[in-house]
Write a protein that binds this ligand. Structure first.
Ligand code: SF4
Length: 620
């Protein structure tokens, strides 16, 4: 049964492995994945923990239903990119394979003297030498490990050169395209000399009530697949969102200079990928199959891979002034091989290209002509970042690179809580803007992303769904705090169950919801939590994450947006004239804190901690 999956603690300094039960009480309070991870991370790190030091812990936690229905896990640690909370969700096939080994969570402590990888083969756990893998990219690493183990089906999480060289926004890869991208978890792998984690599992799953579970899966899947959203995702993948962003004026062109580029965007919209795609594939156990697989010749040679997601297309397309889809596929493929997060990577590159355009940095410093859309220069810079060479060594430090650049560079750096601004510009979509400002892992659209607000639902329907007046339009401030709060709490719970964000309530109110999850959980595990209790569980997880960053010094002053959002109205296009009004923003923030039960400074109130059963954490 999923609730009997074990926790492994692996000390890389002493090369010791310890296996224990995950208690039912922990499962009922945090389920798995993101929730169970923060419950451990909070206690095992502290304010003085160096994100790249041996005292940081790396936690890999599978969602509770991992492998049964969908398969996703979270990788959490103190973040080298921000210095605060690090946490990243990944799909693909590793999560469900890990579940088949009987393991639900892995906690990695210490640091190995030499490069290693960890092999979990059902009940056997081995720490193996990986010096021969050091320096290989993520694709080569996976091929080599499978050959070495003579196991073509082994599932692997690994880092590329960027993680090895402690690039602060290095990702962790699995397969061609599944990436735990944000917050630099790849650098934490690298800091521990950990090249990869390998899972080979064949344990059968035991289900609490197989017949009820099967019926529930069928009903939930039918409901999900009837939504226009799931159908569109299965046809176009997440890149379909680029069209919306451009149409409504919330994409970032050339690092937020414009928010719409009219028909010019067509060259990088979802349909442009058709020429290269050989079909659509899915992560384990997912009926949606939203990922393009491509294998195609191009002016850059063979393009082979999966994806890319909307966020990656947009980060290496419009964000960098590059409207050539082949070049986007090429550059995103390089990021995936090197293990560089495409969103943060595109953000820091956008900043560098802005500084170059403004003459704040020049070719003498960069060694490259960092002009908008200069694919050759961008490609070279990606390799320099991954190897920490020349100007790439500076940029590899993310926001901390500003210390090594002329003072004026800071003025153009856009970030929230030390995480780079993304490939969208939220001046017109007020709920998106609030969600970025309040996300517990720094600038991140996935903590809340109220996509529903930009889909044309009748407002009465939305008011009913959120049980509040949510305004007449996504351009208003009314009710947006309610929407952001709703999704933050729901998503925290969904990530802990291990269901994909795209399949749960995200862009469709008819996708997988609280009721569905309550039924799935009960029939699979026997854990009977009502939708209301699941809501409280999501609130518990989100509040604990907040408590984590509050302990690191985060307060209301940090729940904000770059000045650009407040001071510069969108110059043209469908969002022309929009900006974030400071007074309205503060009002949204007040309402938002109130909904969470936090004080005016964004600190969870004592009574909230008591209500959520989090008192033990306030004492840490
Ligand atoms: S919907 Fe989610 S789980 Fe399914 S294929 Fe897409 S990313 Fe993977």
């Amino acid at each position: 049964m999923p609730i009997t999956r074990k926790r492994l603690t692996i000390d890389l300094t002493e090369k010791k492995v310890f296996c224990e039960e995950i208690s039912l009480n922990e499962r009922r309070r945090f389920l798995g994945g993101r929730g169970l991870n923060i419950s451990k991370l909070f206690k095992m790190t502290h304010q003085n923990t160096d994100p790249l030091g041996p005292d940081n812990v790396l936690i890999i936690g599978g969602g509770l239903l991992n492998g049964l229905y969908f398969g996703r896990l979270n990788i959490s640690a103190k973040s080298p990119e921000s210095g605060y909370l690090g946490d990243s969700n990944i799909g693909g096939y590793f999560p469900s394979e890990l579940a088949r080994t009987g393991i639900g969570q892995i906690i990695i402590t210490g640091k190995s003297k030499d490069p290693v990888y960890i092999l979990i083969n059902n009940n056997n756990v081995e720490i193996r030498k990986a010096s021969h893998l050091w320096g290989l990219d993520t694709y080569e690493t996976q091929i080599k490990i499978r050959e070495e183990l003579k196991c073509p089906d082994a599932k692997i999480l690994c880092i590329g050169p960027a993680g090895e060289n402690l690039v602060r926004f290095a990702s962790v890869a699995s397969g061609y395209k599944s990436m735990a991208g944000r917050t630099g978890m790849g650098a934490v792998f690298g800091s521990k000399n950990l090249k990869a984690l390998v899972a080979i599992g064949s344990k059968p799953f035991q289900i609490f009530d197989p017949s009820m579970f099967q019926k529930t899966i069928i009903a939930v899947t039918e409901k999900l697949m009837k939504t226009g959203w799931a159908k569109a995702l299965g046809r176009f993948g997440s890149p379909l969102l680029l069209h919306y962003a451009n149409e409504k004026g919330f994409l970032s062109y050339r690092y937020h200079q414009k928010t719409s580029i009219g028909r010019d965007a067509e060259s990088i919209e979802a349909e442009a990928l058709d020429k290269y795609a050989t079909g659509m594939v899915a992560c384990s156990g997912c009926p949606v199959h939203c990922r393009h697989r491509y294998n195609s010749d191009s002016k850059f040679g063979m393009l082979k891979g999966e994806g890319p997601e909307y966020a990656s297309v947009s980060s290496f397309g419009n964000q960098l002034g590059n409207l050539d889809i082949e070049a986007v596929l090429h550059l995103v493929g390089i990021c995936n091989r090197l293990g560089i997060d495409t969103i943060s990577g595109g953000g820091y590159l956008g900043w560098a290209l802005t500084l170059y355009e403004k003459g704040i940095i020049d070719e003498k410093l960069t060694g490259l002509k960092l002009e908008w859309g200069n694919v050759d220069a961008i490609e070279k810079l990606l390799y320099k970042i991954a190897k920490r060479e020349d100007f790439g060594d500076i940029l590899a430090d993310g926001v901390f690179a500003a210390k090594k650049l002329p003072e004026e560079a800071k003025k153009y750096l856009m970030h929230i809580k030390n995480i780079s601004i993304e490939m969208t510009d939220e001046r017109v979509v007020k709920a998106f803007a609030l969600g970025l400002a309040t996300s517990t892992r720094g600038c991140c659209h996935m903590r809340s992303r109220v996509s529903i607000d930009v889909v044309q639902y009748p407002r009465e329907l939305l008011a009913k769904f959120y049980e509040a007046d949510v305004g007449q339009s996504y351009k208003e401030y009314t009710g947006k705090s309610k929407m952001v709060h709703w999704h933050e709490v729901f998503n925290a719970m969904v990530d802990s169950v291990g269901i994909c964000r795209f399949a749960s309530v995200f862009s469709s109110i008819n996708a997988i919801d609280y009721e569905d999850i309550a039924k799935l959980l009960y029939s699979a595990t026997g854990i009977d939590l009502t939708p209301l209790e699941l809501k409280e569980l999501g609130e518990r997880i989100y509040t604990l994450e907040r408590l984590y960053i509050v302990r690191e010094g985060i307060r209301r002053k940090d729940d904000t947006l770059p000045d650009h959002y407040f001071d510069v109205p969108v110059p043209d296009g469908p969002a022309k004239g929009h900006f974030i009004d400071r007074a309205e923003f503060e009002k949204m923030l007040d309402e938002y804190y109130e909904l969470h039960g936090w004080d005016k400074n964004g600190v969870p109130k004592k009574e909230t901690l008591v209500k959520l059963g989090l008192e033990e954490y306030s004492e840490n």
